[in-house]
Design a protein around this ligand. Structure first.
Ligand SMILES: NC(=O)C1=CN([C@@H]2O[C@H](COP(=O)(O)OP(=O)(O)OC[C@H]3O[C@@H](n4cnc5c(N)ncnc54)[C@H](OP(=O)(O)O)[C@@H]3O)[C@@H](O)[C@H]2O)C=CC1
Ligand SMILES: CC(C)(CO)C(=O)C(=O)O
Length: 337
């Protein structure tokens, strides 16, 4: 057993699944979960996890009130969505409940987390596998793929290896010295496929099944890729596909998109799930981040701007996801290329 005391902050799709799979393998695992009913069911009768089609029930140490936690933990795995970061982390930092915080959420949130927890206490990760929140006490892991983790300055430390060993008791883990390139590469996945999934109401693979969806996807990806390059980032692979293959566009780009879909095509974007539930999405730290960094570096990002606009409007109750949005974005791509 790779011993580490782990606090999972946010026991939803990613956090709850992670806790359930690490429990009994990685040392003490506790969950802090804002939804009191979900936390109570995780304790008793235990979380019901559909793990890639096989159900299991796992009893977890879960708390809805951070005041109940006794630490310090070696690692706090931060798996709340972007709008909840401040509320979730402030009480933990105040009580010095973790020695290191591992930012695992999607989007460009890492600097915000660093400001909250202190730069020296931040480890960064991306989650390439997928999971779904099925309501209180129930989660499903839908795809198998690695965690990728690294230090902000790229230097692997003792704590990074310890974290990799703990996560490695239940998951595939990749250590990288280029976590910033990795984060941007994951941002391309989310700004492209989750952005288009949110505006269209479609699964990832349904988005790219139409010529308009494929054209919009290639153009969005290319925009974000240019912004990444303008920042001097070395872009990485996602599920084995180099970011540059999709950016190449044309037949080569389409083939690369189809390969990505073989792994994550069944994904329903969590931004789409949020819209369906009337919740605020993570679009500001996903497409919004591409737009913001594009402005800083003088790279135009009209498609990301339009996705941002559409999703923000839907968040305010203006319109709803529709496949017609893909035609509009494909037209825009045609006009701006
Ligand atoms: N789902 C996926 O397949 C993937 C998700 N991600 C990213 O991982 C992150 C988490 O996503 P996901 O697991 O799907 O989201 P979920 O909404 O399923 O899980 C987040 C959980 O955090 C809880 N929460 C909210 N505020 C707090 C708080 N202050 N303290 C403790 N818990 C809190 C939420 O409770 P409540 O519901 O009551 O708000 C919810 O149960 C996101 O950034 C997402 O983009 C990355 C890769 C894949
Ligand atoms: C499931 C996965 C990894 C696919 O891109 C994801 O990040 C998401 O949908 O939020």
């Amino acid at each position: 057993m790779a011993e580490a005391e782990i606090l999972v902050v946010g026991g939803g799709a990613i956090g709850g699944t992670t806790a359930a799979l690490l429990a009994g393998r990685a040392g003490r695992v506790a969950v802090l979960e804002a939804n009191a009913e979900h936390a109570a069911r995780m304790r008793d009768p235990g979380l019901l996890l559909d793990d890639l089609g096989t159900e299991r029930r796992v009893r977890l140490e879960a708390h809805a009130d951070p005041g109940e936690l006794d630490g310090p933990f070696d690692f706090a795995l931060v798996t709340v969505k972007a709008p909840h970061l401040e509320a979730a982390l402030a009480p933990l930092v105040e009580r010095r409940l973790a020695r290191a915080y591992v930012s695992l959420g999607n989007g460009l949130v890492q600097e915000r987390v660093a400001r909250l927890v202190g730069e020296e206490n931040l480890v960064i990760g991306t989650v390439e596998w997928g999971a779904t929140n099925l309501g209180p006490g129930r989660l499903a892991r839908t795809t198998r793929a690695p965690f990728v983790i690294g230090e902000p300055d790229g230097r692997v430390r003792e704590r990074t290896e310890r974290l990799a060993a703990a996560l490695g008791t239940a998951f595939e883990v990749r250590l990288t010295n280029n976590i910033r390139g990795q984060v941007w590469t994951k941002l391309l996945v989310n700004s492209t496929f989750s952005g288009l999934g949110a505006v269209s109401g479609l699964l990832y693979r349904e988005v790219v099944a139409s010529p308009a969806g494929m054209a919009a996807a290639l153009a969005l990806w290319r925009e974000g890729w240019e912004v990444g390059r303008a920042q001097g980032l070395r872009l990485e692979r996602f599920v084995g596909v180099p970011a540059g293959e999709i950016a190449a566009g044309g037949r080569r780009g389409e083939e690369a998109v189809r390969e990505v879909m073989r792994h994550v095509g069944a994904t329903k974007a969590s931004m789409l799930q949020d819209l369906e539930r009337g919740l605020k999405t993570e679009v500001d730290v996903i497409n919004g981040a591409v737009v913001e960094k594009g402005r800083e570096h003088g790279v135009p990002t009209p498609l990301n701007e339009r996705v941002l606009e559409l999703v923000r409007k839907m968040e305010r109750g203006g319109g709803s996801p529709s496949p017609g949005a893909l035609d509009e974005l494909a037209d825009l791509a045609g006009r701006t290329l």
